[in-house]
Design a protein around this ligand. Structure first.
Ligand code: SF4
Length: 242
């Protein structure tokens, strides 16, 4: 029997209570206590950030980790920081997001055919989770991908997210080796189980302010994701049938 969409809500509830990474939990709590001056009136979320979107999505965005004063403040992926200010207008133009601006968990945003998650769910110092912290968080991704019953396409934002997806593929037996899977912007891979993978530069301010990632480049990725999802009108092969 297929898992019910509400199983994702239950998973999110467990993620929010996770304490596997002492360093990250302490960092998030400290950022939430000190706050940035411009957000002094906010009650920061300060906990692991749950995933967000349409439980019946065919497309998954896999990001890196929450921003200290973005998701760690608002409690929703890509909400309240520069990366989200770049991402959501594109998702709106591509037809995945109900509105172009993401400000808070109560802003009315709805996603359609899209689910957003990340390889680490707590804001790391310097935006760099350690390898051990990524390994700690990986079982959440395993469970989540199993519950996304309509999943066809994964859009990996940045090299670390792409590495996380490949690690998932090896762990689950979808791939026997990562050999031949390099990272770059706008690459496409078709995994042996039928899952389509698209790669993109991360919409960090470092990439968007320098023009390394432009709005048209990013929009193209999401339009392609929809094309691939429409084309792949099939179910993914279960493990062992690759
Ligand atoms: S990063 Fe992931 S594994 Fe580590 S504490 Fe946060 S939710 Fe838990």
């Amino acid at each position: 029997m297929l898992p019910s969409p509400s199983a994702l809500d239950e998973l999110n509830a467990r993620i929010v209570d996770c304490n596997r990474c002492t360093r990250l939990r302490e960092h998030c709590a400290q950022v939430a206590a000190v706050r940035r001056r411009m957000w002094a009136d906010w009650e920061y979320w300060g906990r692991p950030v749950p995933s967000f979107g349409d439980p019946l999505a065919r497309i998954l965005i896999l990001g890196l980790a929450p921003g200290a004063h973005g998701s760690n403040r608002t409690g929703r992926p890509f909400t309240g920081d520069g990366s989200g200010d770049f991402l959501f207008p594109i998702l709106h133009r591509a037809g995945f997001a109900s509105q172009p601006r993401a400000a808070s968990r109560e802003d009315g945003m709805r996603l359609s055919d899209l689910w957003i998650t990340s390889v680490a769910r707590c804001a790391p110092p310097g935006n760099k989770p350690s390898p051990e912290e990524l390994r700690n968080c990986a079982p959440w991704l395993d469970e989540e991908m199993r519950l996304l019953q309509n999943l066809r396409v994964v859009v990996c934002l940045g090299r670390i997210a792409f590495d996380g997806l490949l690690a998932w593929a090896v762990r689950t037996g979808t791939l026997s080796s990562r050999s031949g899977y390099g990272f770059g912007h706008g690459l496409e891979y078709n995994l042996p189980n039928g899952l389509q993978v698209l790669t993109s530069y991360h919409p960090s301010l470092q990439n968007t302010n320098t023009g390394k990632l432009t709005a048209s480049m990013f929009l193209k990725v999401f339009r392609r994701a929809r094309q691939l999802a429409d084309r792949g009108n099939h179910t993914l092969k279960p493990r062992g049938e690759n």
